[in-house]
Design a protein around this ligand. Structure first.
Ligand code: DGL
Length: 267
């Protein structure tokens, strides 16, 4: 395995780009191959078996592209497929839940931890179990917020309808006096500005992206896979369907133009 190879990152759609951004910032010399499964987004309300099958297909695609490591930049896919992917593929594979749990524990000052995520992520109890394992006395308030991923994919980040839905979802978090809110879906950091305005400093918002990039750096270092090149890494993006909003949203969020965007078929 060569250190000059790219890193594979995947999600159901644009959400995983919130992780890509942190990887680009921390590891600018690394190249990234990103797969957004836009033909099958959202994953959050699909069965564990289906999500696992999708994750295996995507990892197979990334491995065929000769990546040196895979980042599952989707909480739902991490919850249901990380263990299986590690059994099937022999390269470092990282998920977003462990880094997200780490971020929550670092931010929390003893009050209730709120978790919002897809139906799949919340029902998997992956966050709840990991948090309670680290601190059994924690008070946790978990809520599935399935309307948010389609709104983000639609680029309705500042739309009044999104605002209304966010306010409705966050009511319970405010009532329960949550002091740390885990954005347990990689799409949600795209809504951070609106979320911050709604919670008005009542709770800290945390997500896994920054800790994920740090965990990736640590893993690459321990496998002697950090890219020694001095040039900036490239980012190639593959999607399973061309969605009209994807490119504009991706470029706006990553603050750079996407050199390579290609549609592929999986399966
Ligand atoms: N970004 C994915 C996650 O973190 C979104 C899941 C979905 O497509 O519903 O769970």
């Amino acid at each position: 395995m060569s250190a000059e190879l790219p890193i594979g990152v995947f999600d159901s759609g644009v959400g995983g780009l919130t992780v890509v951004k942190e990887i680009q910032d921390l590891l600018p010399h690394e190249s990234i191959i990103y797969l957004g499964d836009t033909a099958r987004v959202p994953y959050g309300n699909k069965s564990p078996e289906t999500i696992q099958e999708y994750a295996i297909q995507i990892t197979r695609f990334l491995v065929a592209k000769k990546v040196k490591a895979v980042v599952v930049a989707c909480n739902t896919a991490t919850a249901y497929s990380l263990v299986r992917l590690r059994e099937l593929f022999f390269l470092p594979i990282l998920g977003v839940i462990e880094p997200g749990v780490g971020a929550a524990l670092e931010a929390n000052c003893g009050g209730t931890i709120g978790i919002i995520g897809t139906v799949g992520t919340i029902q998997s109890h992956a966050y709840q179990n990991a948090l309670l394992q680290a601190k059994p006395e924690l008070k946790i308030q978990a809520l599935a917020t399935p309307l948010l991923v389609p709104l983000v994919e639609e680029d309705w980040l500042e739309h009044p309808a999104t605002d209304l839905i966010l306010k409705e979802y966050l009511k319970v978090m405010i009532q329960e006096q949550v002091d740390t809110l885990v954005l347990g879906c990689t799409h949600y950091p795209l809504l951070k500005r609106r979320l911050q305005e709604i919670v008005q400093g009542r709770m800290k918002l945390v997500d896994s992206a920054e800790n994920m990039a740090i965990a990736l750096q640590r893993t690459l270092k321990s496998h002697q896979l950090l890219n020694p090149c001095h040039e900036m890494g490239t980012t190639q993006i593959y999607v399973t369907d061309f969605s009209p909003r994807f490119q504009a949203l991706a470029e706006r969020f990553l603050k750079r133009s996407i050199g390579h965007l290609e549609r592929i078929t999986l399966g």
